[in-house]
Design a protein around this ligand. Structure first.
Ligand code: BGC
Length: 416
């Protein structure tokens, strides 16, 4: 297998890198034409359709004492730390999945890896990067807490001759990003929206919009993907937006500028936090009349916020039926889907993203330029990228997509 080969190559490189200790590898330069919109960080190549993904990770429980926890796995005596990884927070199962998969992929081969968590704090993130640079890493894999704030850390890495792989979330407004590994985030939003469209009958269906954190470029991509599918159905009266005056004012526009997205996301952001999501949903239901309820359609950006929003809507006596989206296939949401409390999720196979990141790192350690299949404009440059497909999961295919595929065990759930 290519991936296994890559890890073995990495092992060999670790040994040689002790002797070589030079660390200067060629810069991965974007090879082709820039992407369109000046400020928007959008992929040049978009995979619209949902594609099946392979099975993956298990979600470990969130560790309590999670403040910027650093863990270095035992390594062979003569290995050196070639790759450092920085992830945004241990407080969301999503990033624990990534940690688990990175650890499995790298340490199984006896390779030393250090994974640091920023705990939602850009200053902590920068300190984490500096700590890894001090330890002599050659490649930094970083999922930024705040895409723009992380530019400073990327710049520091570049100055130290370290290659930077932006992981899952794009680092913005700097040329010090060598590569971007991601999922097809436009397709995530498109799948969420398509689910709502597929379940809406007639006209005048109440639509409630929620988005991710404005500091995360992905929140824009998810929303952009969703808007493309929802907007024609808002324009033709199938849906009526109930909780965003900004979105309602733009309902005739098929494509939104980044500035217009900023306005909408600013109004309906969850900041990727459960409590913020709940607070928003509470406020929206308080402001809504009984006629704005009944059967409702809810664009929720990910599983954590979806569960918070779903619980809030479920508790409202005037809400008779709700359709709510999600993403990440977190275990708790898979159970919600089985129980009929969350309608769908978008499954992103973390193993694939981890594999892509490691392959890119290996390529850089070998002094090569990683293969890219698309590019994303980060406000400064077109970052060469690879993006993997996603799959829409609801009650009808939850077993096939997540259990039969061995992503999760049937025993992880009740009522399957
Ligand atoms: C990730 C999602 C995640 C969200 C909140 C996004 O950047 O792509 O998978 O749910 O951040 O952490």
């Amino acid at each position: 297998m290519r991936f296994k080969g890559a890890v073995l190559t990495l092992l060999a490189l670790i040994t040689s890198s002790i002797l070589a200790a030079c660390g200067s590898t060629p810069t991965a330069v974007p090879t082709a034409a820039p992407t369109a919109a000046a400020t928007a960080a959008t992929p040049a190549a978009t995979t619209a359709a949902t594609t099946a993904a392979a099975p993956a990770a298990t979600t470990a429980a969130t560790t309590a004492a999670a403040t910027a926890a650093a863990t270095t796995d035992a390594a062979p005596a003569n290995s050196t730390l070639a790759v450092g990884i920085v992830l945004p927070t241990k407080d969301e199962p999503r990033w624990i999945q990534d940690e688990t998969r990175f650890r499995e992929a790298l340490t199984a081969a006896g390779y030393q890896v250090e994974i640091l968590f920023s705990q939602g704090d850009s200053a902590k993130e920068k300190a984490n990067v500096e700590a890894l640079l001090t330890k002599g890493i050659k490649v930094l894999i970083i999922c930024p807490q705040d895409g723009t704030a992380a530019a400073a850390a990327a710049d520091e890495a570049r100055k130290a001759g370290v290659k930077v792989i932006s992981y899952d979330r794009l680092i913005r407004e700097t040329d010090a990003v060598d590569y971007y590994v991601t999922f097809d985030s436009l397709a995530v939003g498109a799948n969420q929206a398509q689910y709502l469209v597929d379940n809406a009958k007639g006209t005048g269906n109440p639509l409630y919009l929620y988005a991710g954190a404005a500091s995360d470029n992905n929140a824009f991509l998810f929303f952009e993907g969703a808007w493309k599918v929802l907007q024609p159905k808002i324009a033709d009266g199938t849906f009526v937006i109930k909780n965003s005056k900004e979105a309602d004012a733009l309902k005739a526009k098929a494509e939104l500028t980044r500035e217009e997205q900023v306005k909408i996301i600013g109004q309906v952001t969850t900041d990727w936090k459960f409590d913020v999501a709940k607070k928003h949903a509470d406020g929206d239901l308080t402001n809504a009349t009984a006629a704005d309820k009944g059967t409702v359609f809810i664009l929720a950006p990910n599983d954590g916020t979806a569960r918070a929003i779903a619980d809030t809507f479920a508790a409202d006596k005037d809400v008779k039926t709700y359709y709510v989206t999600g993403q990440d296939a977190e275990k708790a949401s898979v159970q919600y889907i089985i129980d009929g409390k969350q309608s769908m999720t978008v499954f992103k196979d973390v193993r694939v993203e981890v594999k892509d990141a490691i392959e890119a790192a290996v390529s850089m350690l070998e002094g090569k330029t990683p293969t890219s299949t698309s590019k994303y404009n980060n406000g400064k440059i077109d970052v060469p990228a690879t993006q993997s497909p996603v799959i829409s999961v609801d009650k009808a295919n939850v077993k096939a997509a997540l259990i039969d595929s061995n992503y999760y065990q049937a025993s992880d759930f009740t009522g399957l």
